[in-house]
Design a protein around this ligand. Structure first.
Ligand code: SF4
Length: 880
């Protein structure tokens, strides 16, 4: 079997070549033949093999806290679900799915619920990610149709990134943009984002706009296109509708550039520059991501962008188009099979009775749902009301990722039956499950995913699932059989499911739906296994796939014309006020993925940022009395978030940024979702997760410590963060209450006596516990900045401790006084001190640093940080 598979993280969808032993993947490299990445992997992809294996996996089904075999677990699940349906009707049960699922898993989950149980309450965490784009595309093009292809990056003359930190969140695509710019420095790159993110490093122009004013900017561009005679009248007349109303709205709201600049809080000259470039550059690509989508008016923002491309006819041809960068590995695949509550399968929905009828006939479904179900936030509200009695959560962690997580917790605690399918043994959501089903994970699962450019790739099962873990499609089908639907769910393999999915895409299609992969409906099992990455549509007209949509000017609306929409820019709903004066933005960081269930297993991925943080402008730090690296708390009427202060002029004053990843498995009170209100876009239901509000207070800690311990502990009563290392677990601890007796404290916490102690006074203290010449734990109470190198300490847990090492441990110094400091290049483990030393010795470019230290020469994600260090230290040197 091929060892080629696809990365399970972001929507770039990189191909991976994997080397395996009998249990796990032991090495990975980029698949040089995969068109998405052409052999490259980012740091997360490069560490994939460090996150596989049976450790920390969920290995057996559990019912009410007790382990059972699959037969009993599934029989119990079927009995309880049927009882609830019998008592309260089919709409009392729901599913909450994930963009991590494979298309085949998604397909059968959706079929069971919408066609056989008869409930459309099936939503997915893609709702939190790109559902506003789905609305925008459907309104404009008549279908959820992403027009562009990655190869457009190589041909674009202008690339505009809106609300997208591609350098960190789509690193391989970003590197393709870097390469395109290097090949032709005349190519323009514009970043529109309130923060000066790592992506700004590539930008010729950065508009640090006031959050939420994106639609205003694109309305201004549309008005300017008309004013400067830059419209494509022929295209507008032949292929669109709604132009006049859209333009009228743009002119009314954004006809005066100076006023737009004032409202968006950007320099007029910068706005004029953007408008000028957009008006005069034919090959323009506009990328947009969560910064646009996670908004209470995200759908309208998407349409304001699409309007500008339709008004200039800039789509369907090389190097141009509105290009949504999806967050999850299979967000697109989930959308293809109807994973959202307002969709049916194969890009049909509940808007027309003939769609419901068509899908019902194809499935021969006895109980077709007749109307759309609850979107994610509504779904959990319905659970809290007691309307939904049973919820099956698959491969996602809503207790962390949804807004107002405290309310989500209350809802799940009230829910009569919570079923969780999960591959990891410990997640916040699992703690509330009545029935736990162990699922297979990446490298075990077998099926397909679709990336941001509509490319379907195979994710292959390379090793067997550990313990009793089973594939999600199998679990769903086994349940369906127990509920009386054997014939409709009697699949023998994912290939079987894929062929049915492909047949449905072509069923009574007649060019009425853009999603059509009917040419793959007759794939043999061997053909499925060998399937090469291919972009849909794949049908009779395009058997080799379709790089670009709309080349023929045909759209999938009833008239066949694309629609421009009038857009009235809306301010975000969550606004700071005197009580909660800071605007809170949330997002991803470079080396982590979602709620860290996988990336949190790779120690090196936690070295770039090892704990939750609060990025804040220097003026706000002064205003709120917080210092760099001090612990602080954001709070509002919904919840609390604790993190370490990072002062940065990359933030706008009055705004802070917090990462979205940390959970109760990794820290105390570091869940970003607890601060955001469940405010949603009225069309897409997508939450406004880029704009919360909070007050900030410093946490006056009396001590900070690092505790490394062989086995994880349950820590209560202190602030803490956890980093799993190769041979031990490292905790950072802090508290505002002094510890009266460190010896008692250590021994009570770890359960083993301390053999050495050293009181260094001034609040500094060291102790270690040793058993049979092996280190069991070490405690270092030190000021945060002086905590020593983790790698060396971790290593000491793997061997016998001699006298020299005892002295070094208590001195908290590795032999040779190894450098510590921030991890900049995770791929080659190069830390900031080594980089600064190289700069001091004359390395004056990222290339020179790469030649000397290798940093930045693999995935390139750290290049913006390397350049920033060079810039800062070059300035320091000159001023010295
Ligand atoms: S860019 Fe990185 S995370 Fe995204 S698919 Fe590629 S390797 Fe995976």
């Amino acid at each position: 079997m091929s060892n080629r598979t696809t990365c399970p993280y972001c929507g770039v969808g990189c191909g991976v070549s994997a080397t395996t032993d009998s249990q796990r993947v032991i090495a990975v490299s980029g698949d040089s033949e995969h068109p998405a990445n052409r052999g490259r992997l980012c740091v997360k992809g490069s560490a994939l093999h460090e996150t596989t294996g049976p450790e920390e996996r969920l290995l057996a089904p559990r019912v009410d806290g007790r382990e059972y075999g699959w037969n009993i677990a599934l029989d119990t699940l079927a009995t309880r679900l049927e009882a609830i349906i019998h008592r309260h009707g089919p709409e009392s049960v729901a599913m909450y799915l994930s963009g991590q699922l494979l298309t085949e898993d998604y397909y059968v989950a959706n079929k069971l619920m919408k066609g056989f149980i008869g409930s459309a309450h099936v939503d997915t965490n893609s709702r939190l990610c790109m559902s506003s784009t789905v609305v925008g595309y459907k309104r404009a093009f008549g279908g959820d149709l992403q027009p562009c292809s990655y190869e457009d990056i190589d041909q674009a003359e202008l690339m505009v990134l809106v609300g997208s930190n591609a350098a960190w969140n789509h690193p391989i695509l970003y590197q393709r943009m870097v390469a395109a710019k290097a090949a032709n420095p005349d190519r323009r790159v514009v970043l529109i984002d309130p923060r000066r993110t790592a992506t700004a490093d590539l930008a010729d122009l950065h508009l640090a706009l006031k959050p939420g004013s994106d639609a205003l900017i694109f309305n201004a561009i549309l008005a300017a296109l008309a004013q400067r005679g830059a419209l494509d009248e022929a295209f507008i007349n032949a292929h669109t509708e709604g132009f006049d109303a859209a333009l009228e709205s743009a002119q009314a709201t954004a006809g005066d550039l100076a006023e737009v600049a004032r409202q968006a809080d950007v320099p007029l000259a910068d706005l004029e520059q953007l408008v000028d470039w957009f008006c005069t550059t034919e090959r323009a690509l506009t990328f947009f991501s969560q910064g646009v989508n996670q908004s209470s008016s995200g759908s309208d923002k998407v349409n304001s962008i699409i309007n500008c491309h339709l008004a200039t006819g800039r789509l369907g041809r090389p190097g141009m188009g509105p290009f949504s960068l999806t967050g999850q590995p299979n967000a697109m695949g989930g959308r293809e099979v109807g994973g959202l509550a307002n969709q049916l399968a194969a890009h049909m929905d509940f808007s027309q009775p003939e769609f419901i009828d068509r899908v019902g006939r194809f499935w021969q479904a006895p109980n077709m749902a007749q109307q759309e179900g609850y979107k994610a936030v509504q779904l959990f509200e319905a659970i809290e009301r007691g309307e939904i009695k049973a919820l099956w959560i698959m491969a996602t962690n809503p207790l962390v990722s949804l807004p107002d997580t405290n309310r989500v917790r209350r809802a799940l605690e009230k829910c009569e039956l919570v079923i969780v399918s999960e591959c990891m043994a410990h997640t916040d959501t699992l703690e509330l499950a009545d029935i736990v089903l162990p699922a297979s994970g990446w490298s075990e699962k077998n099926g397909t995913v679709t990336n941001s450019e509509r490319r379907i790739s195979r994710q292959r099962g390379l090793v067997p699932p550990p313990g009793e873990a089973k594939h999600d499609w199998w679990i769903i089908c086994e349940l369906a059989k127990r509920m009386g639907y054997r014939e409709a769910f009697d699949y023998t393999s994912p290939a079987d499911i894929f062929r049915e999915h492909a047949r449905l895409s072509g069923f009574e299609n007649n060019r009425s739906r853009g999603f059509d992969i009917s040419a793959l409906a007759e794939l043999s099992d061997e053909g499925y296994d060998a399937l090469k990455p291919i972009q849909w549509p794949v049908n009779e007209q395009a058997p080799e796939g379709t790089p670009r949509l709309f080349a023929d000017g045909h759209f999938f609306t009833p008239s066949g014309r694309a629609r421009l929409l009038p857009v009235t820019p809306q301010a975000p709903k969550q606004q700071p006020d005197s009580e909660y004066p800071l605007l809170v933005n949330s997002g991803r960081i470079r080396d982590q993925w979602h709620t860290m269930t996988r990336t949190g297993r790779a120690a090196r991925l936690l070295q770039h940022h090892a704990e939750p943080f609060i990025e804040i402008h220097p003026t706000d730090a002064e205003r709120f009395g917080v210092e760099h690296l001090q612990l602080a708390e954001l709070h509002n009427d919904l919840g609390h978030y604790r993190g370490r202060i990072r002062i940065s002029d990359q933030q706008r004053p009055g705004e802070v940024f917090i990462p979205m990843h940390w959970t109760r498995q990794f820290t105390q009170q570091g869940c970003s979702g607890s601060l955001f209100a469940p405010v949603v876009d009225p069309f897409s239901g997508q939450p406004e997760s880029k704009q919360g509000r909070a007050a900030l207070r410093p946490l006056q800690m009396r001590w900070e410590a690092r505790l490394l311990v062989r086995k994880p502990l349950a820590i209560e009563g202190h602030w803490w963060t956890r980093v799993p290392l190769s041979h031990c677990t490292s905790y950072r601890l802090a508290d505002s209450t002094p510890v009266a007796n460190w010896r008692d404290w250590c021994e009570a916490l770890t359960g083993t006596p301390s053999l050495w102690l050293e009181d260094l006074s001034n609040g500094r203290y060291r102790a270690a516990g040793i058993s049979n010449q092996r280190l069991e734990w070490i405690l270092l109470v030190e000021p945060n900045q002086e905590l020593p190198d983790l790698d060396w300490l971790d290593e000491q847990f793997s061997r016998e401790i001699d006298l020299d090492t005892r002295r070094q441990l208590l001195a908290a110094k590795a032999p040779g006084d190894q450098a510590t400091g921030a991890m900049i290049c995770s791929c080659f483990q190069v830390r900031e001190p080594a980089i600064l030393a190289a700069i001091a010795e004359g390395a004056d470019s990222a290339q020179a640093l790469g030649e000397q230290l290798k940093c930045g020469t693999n995935c390139g994600s750290c290049l913006p940080e390397l350049k920033e260090l060079i810039k800062v230290h070059a300035i320091t040197d000159k001023s010295a």
